[in-house]
Design a protein around this ligand. Structure first.
Ligand code: GP9
Ligand code: MN
Length: 648
């Protein structure tokens, strides 16, 4: 030991080890990262190493004994950052980002209670520093006053970079597209560590602010002209029929329309949903040509599009990267226009997809996430709470909401890799040999049963009859990687055109007092939901920047842009630059002028929507004189867990 410490490199090695141990202990004791499996355990342990080598390694460039002091200084800064995250996490259950630091309320609200968040054993946080200072004072006299040869610190930095590379590659194997898809801070910290997360966050914030700074108020005019010209007058028979009624919007996770009426082993997979489609007395209108338009943001893209009538971004999740933007979303509009209370219900951690931040910008009043539910082992599978307990436990929460409410119920069990616990499956898997596809039907059935139970409970609670019920699928569950098995399921080849047809997700709606239309074949997509709902409530969509049009309107525009620029219309589709006839399924060798113009329109529309998000353009737009910009500081989703437990 003495020998080791007689050199600066030895001192550095001890500092790295102390930093590593300390960070790991804190990961294990202070954060609830949901680590599962050997790979995640390993990465959690491994990830501090690269940061330790790189950050502390920088100190080795200093001359003489200064290097030792730098090592202590950097250890202090790293420790301080970690400690700040620990305190923030104790209060918010989340990690610090630049965006949260900018939002005064996050730290403001913490200010008063910061002392209350400290624990006596926090004093141990400085233990490594004490050790380093003692060792430094004891051994520094042995150190040379020269600068260490360049080779050594460079080797250390290279080792740090390699460690980081290994870390990132293993993380990508366990969670593909970890960085591009920008899911969840918990995930990033779990896989890459607090410090790498900080750098990632800083780079992202920088990119975001760059585009935002370059935008100005004239940019919104072009967008406004476009959306106003696309606008479709409401259908007089539907307009205002739902005014002031509770809205229950049910999100069917990963649910594709081909499941409706699909029979496996001679049985319906989703008999309950099928009954809503076919039993006219239930008064549903089912849109069988409704599509999702999501990209990497998956669920979050669907949420964004349905509540704002903007498209998700071509890369990453706008919920995360544009989580601080100004929005003029349904929840806020409904609150301002008709005194609605909005709530989102979801049995997962609150920070997934940055929901706990972006919901404030959308004006969502109540956010019921995992701490509101009984997340005991038997209730949880895969990502989170199983759909049956989720719906069941949501009923009392719904009953307590101020009415009229806009409630968004987000299911989770029918999510890749589509697993149900033994004894909870009520249909045999398919038999293609592709596990994902085979199990897909079992979780769909589970969801169907959960929904049926929910409807019974809603009726018992008196919340069904007079509520608008809206059901939608968020995005595909079976990706193109499973085409072989899907060919067996569909009994036909999965061509590029067929794949686009498989992007249909269900949309059904029941408006109390309005006769259901049965199946409506209008071509529409998630972007159309916001204007449709506004019109149902009697609010003219014309004032708002919406890219969709009312699905019930005669003037509804029935082209469906996908995020990659492909699109579908009733008669023809454009996929990977090739036009297809939807009826004959043949390639259209010579597309008409109209088709080519439509393609331009689609690309233009996507570009404008991206401009709105990237430039944060809605901050320059005032829909009408009644509009009050949403102030995120008015929303708070932190609750006292003990208090909640007592209530339950
Ligand atoms: C996570 C859940 C799933 O909370 O909504 O999101 P997805 O992976 O479908 O985007
Ligand atoms: Mn989803």
């Amino acid at each position: 030991m003495k020998k080791l410490l007689s050199t600066k490199m030895g001192f550095f090695a001890i500092a790295v080890v102390l930093f590593w141990i300390k960070t790991y202990i804190i990961y294990k004791t202070e954060f609830d990262l949901g680590v599962s499996g050997a790979m995640q355990e390993f990465l959690l342990f491994f990830n501090p190493l690269s940061s330790g080598l790189i950050f502390l390694g920088l100190a080795l460039f200093a001359t003489g004994k200064k290097a030792g002091r730098r090592i202590i200084g950097i250890s202090f800064i790293l420790g301080f950052i970690l400690f700040a995250n620990v305190v923030f996490y104790r209060f918010n259950g989340d990690f610090i980002t630049l965006a949260t630091m900018m939002q005064t309320d996050n730290f403001g609200s913490l200010g008063g209670s910061i002392l209350g968040l400290l624990k006596p054993y926090d004093i141990l946080f400085v233990l490594d520093l004490v050790v380093l200072i003692v060792l430094y004072n004891k051994f520094k006299s042995n150190w040379s006053t020269e600068r260490i040869q360049w080779r050594k610190p460079l080797t250390v930095l290279a080792a740090g970079a390699i460690a980081f590379g290994v870390n990132l590659s293993l993380a990508e194997i366990d969670r593909p597209q970890l960085l591009e898809r920008t899911f969840d801070r918990n995930y990033l910290v779990k896989y890459l560590g607090t410090y790498n997360f900080m750098i990632y966050d800083a780079v992202q914030s920088f990119e975001t602010s760059k585009q935002r700074v370059l935008a100005d108020s004239s940019d919104i005019t072009e967008v406004e002209n476009y959306t106003k010209s696309k606008y479709a007058e409401p259908n007089a028979e539907i307009f205002g029929t739902g005014e002031g009624k509770n809205i229950i919007k049910i999100h069917l996770e990963s649910f594709q329309s081909f499941l409706i009426d699909y029979e496996l082993h001679g049985e319906e997979v989703t008999p309950f949903l099928n009954s809503l489609v076919h039993d006219q007395t239930q008064d549903y209108t089912y849109f069988d040509n409704f599509f999702h338009s999501t990209e990497q943001g998956k669920t979050a893209d669907a949420e964004l599009t349905m509540d704002t009538s903007l498209y998700g971004l071509p890369q990453g999740s706008a919920f995360v990267t544009k989580g601080n933007n100004t929005y003029q979303a349904l929840p806020a509009i409904l609150e301002q226009q008709q005194d609605y209370t909005s709530g989102v219900f979801h049995g997962d951690g609150k920070s997934f997809w940055n929901r706990d931040e972006v919901y404030k910008q959308l004006g969502i009043n109540d956010y019921y996430y995992d701490i509101f539910y009984d997340m005991s082992k038997e209730n949880v599978i895969n990502y989170g709470l199983k759909d049956k307990p989720f719906f069941e436990e949501s009923i009392p929460l719904l009953e307590e909401m101020d009415q009229p409410f806009y409630a968004h119920m987000m299911t989770l069990t029918h999510h890749h890799p589509f697993v149900v616990d033994e004894g909870e499956e009520s249909i045999a898997p398919a038999e293609t040999g592709d596990g994902t596809v085979d199990r897909y039907f079992q979780t769909a059935r589970y969801l169907d049963e959960a929904l049926e139970e929910f409807f019974t409970d809603l009726k018992d609670a008196g919340l069904y009859e007079d509520s608008i019920i809206m059901i939608y699928g968020d995005h595909y569950g079976i990706s193109q990687n499973h085409n072989r098995a899907m060919e067996e399921i569909m009994g036909e080849e999965i061509t590029p055109l067929k794949n686009s047809e498989l992007q249909r997700v269900p949309f059904m709606i029941r408006i109390p007092g309005v006769d259901g239309q049965g199946t409506n074949h209008t071509y529409s997509s998630q972007v159309d939901v916001m204007p449709t709902l506004l019109h149902i409530l009697g609010i003219d969509a014309r004032d708002y920047i919406v890219f969709g049009t009312d699905m019930f309107s005669e003037g509804h525009k029935d082209f469906i842009p996908f995020r990659n620029g492909d699109f579908v219309t009733e008669k023809y589709s454009s996929i990977n630059g090739i036009f297809y006839d939807n009826t004959t399924k043949e390639v259209i060798e010579e597309p008409t002028e109209e088709m080519l113009a439509m393609k331009e329109t689609v690309l233009h529309e996507l570009e404008l929507s991206d401009k709105v998000l990237n430039g944060d353009l809605l901050r320059f737009y005032t829909p009408n004189e009644d509009w009050e910009p949403v102030d995120p500081n008015n929303y708070d989703y932190n609750y006292d867990v003990e208090e909640l437990n007592e209530k339950n």
